[in-house]
Design a protein around this ligand. Structure first.
Ligand code: GLY
Length: 405
């Protein structure tokens, strides 16, 4: 009887906490309707994408002017996003055709669990098999994910305290901010196996990144070049940004999302603090446009040169990652910040739902969003749709809906 009473008190208390959280933000009813429309539109779009996929290939991008696709093999860092988006959409729509297609492409992807040449296994395997395992947990999915975590862990060095991104010259150990997005796979692996080594690698990487990747203004460098023998920093630079000292927009978004996620997984307040600092850099930046869809680089280079702002290209992919991260961060932040994050994410979602950014039915090769920038300095994937823009857009919309369930 006493236990029953205690149980009831816990349930009522938990209910109050949830109710309090929900009361913190009011849903925009029009946006909720738009999101439902977007999600069913997305399911139809992804069937177009599916019809155009050659066997064994993954979508990479589409060039609307020439109406040409680019595809990739399973080893490309983005290969998890197509199955991931299908699975997120299946969760929402219960459209079996999406699940069948996801299962087909997961079979093509699964060999990457043994890939030890990439730091991107978290993107590739958790966005895909992680979502599949959430929908229908299975020993097979679990094995694939644990093997993937082991493969990713081989790229960790206790000397540098980081997971290696790119294999450079022998004395170089190159680490990019993007790696923060691959830690979730390691946290998950510790939870299911009880092997804490994955967790330790993840937090060591997150701590080293706080120490070395961030500037005084809370923006981040893209690449840190460590000495592989001593761990000393040899260079701080960019690869995909405008300049070594500029703030590449997607890199800032990866950092925001990565530290929010690391806080979720560890509950260590230093990661929440880091996420708040990154959010502050992004949201208070004078070069953030009013619609909050960032230019591809914030361009606060020491030389002061901006890449053609206000006429520079926007990077919709950075906006989707930011929106998804800000919605989650709004659940952890104190009241004032929470409102700020929630409102910013809401505005991004509203703006991405307009024809300015969202493809109309049957266009864009089946991709959902237009106007992302993949790699400006290399002049590849410029002002195009990208799989990860779509993935985080869908994820953000689902997160928004879930806040008001
Ligand atoms: N991880 C590569 C990118 O964000 O483009």
């Amino acid at each position: 009887m006493k236990q029953l009473l205690m149980g009831l008190i816990v349930i009522i208390f938990a209910g109050c906490v949830v109710a309090q959280k929900k009361a913190m933000h009011q849903p925009d009813k029009d946006l909720l309707t738009t999101i439902d429309q977007n999600l069913s539109h997305a399911a139809a779009q992804y069937k177009i994408l599916q019809q155009n996929l050659p066997a064994g290939k993954f979508p990479k991008t589409y060039f609307p002017v020439t109406k040409k696709y680019e595809f990739s093999n399973s080893g490309w860092w983005c290969s998890g996003f197509y199955p991931g988006t299908l699975l997120l959409l299946y969760q929402q729509t219960k459209d079996e055709a999406l699940y069948t297609e996801a299962q087909r492409i997961l079979e093509v992807l699964k060999k990457e669990q043994f890939n030890t040449t990439t730091h991107d296994l978290g993107f590739m395997m958790y966005c895909s098999f992680g979502n599949a395992n959430l929908i229908q947990p299975s020993a097979a999915f679990k094995d694939i994910l644990v093997t993937s975590a082991k493969s990713l862990s081989t790229r960790f060095s206790p000397v540098t305290g980081c997971i290696k991104s790119w294999d450079g010259k022998p004395n170089e150990y190159l680490v990019i901010i993007d790696n923060m997005m691959n830690l979730k796979l390691l946290f998950w692996a510790t939870q299911v196996t009880g092997d804490s080594s994955f967790y330790r690698i993840a937090v060591t990487h997150a701590n080293t990144t706080i120490k070395n990747h961030f500037r005084a203004d809370n923006s981040s460098y893209h690449v840190i070049n460590y000495n592989s023998q001593t761990g000393a920093i040899q260079q701080k630079r960019t690869a995909q940004g405008f300049a070594d000292e500029s703030a590449w927009a997607r890199g800032q978004a990866w950092g925001l999302y990565g530290y929010t996620e690391t806080y979720r997984e560890t509950k260590d307040p230093k990661y929440l603090e880091q996420a708040n600092k990154i959010a502050s850099f992004i949201l208070n930046h004078p070069n953030l446009p009013l619609d909050k869809i960032p230019y591809w680089d914030f361009s606060v280079g020491s030389n002061g040169n901006a890449p053609n702002i206000p006429n520079a290209l926007r990077d919709v992919s950075a906006a989707t990652i930011m929106a998804s991260a800000l919605l989650e961060l709004s659940e952890y932040a104190d009241k004032n910040l929470s409102v700020k994050y929630f409102k910013a994410a809401e505005l991004i979602l509203k703006n991405l739902s307009t024809e300015q950014y969202k493809a109309t039915a049957g266009t864009n090769g089946g991709f959902l969003l237009k106007h992302s920038v993949g790699h400006f300095p290399a002049q590849t994937e410029i002002d195009v749709p990208l799989t990860y823009a779509d993935y985080y857009f869908v994820e953000a919309m689902i997160r928004y809906k879930a806040m008001f369930k």
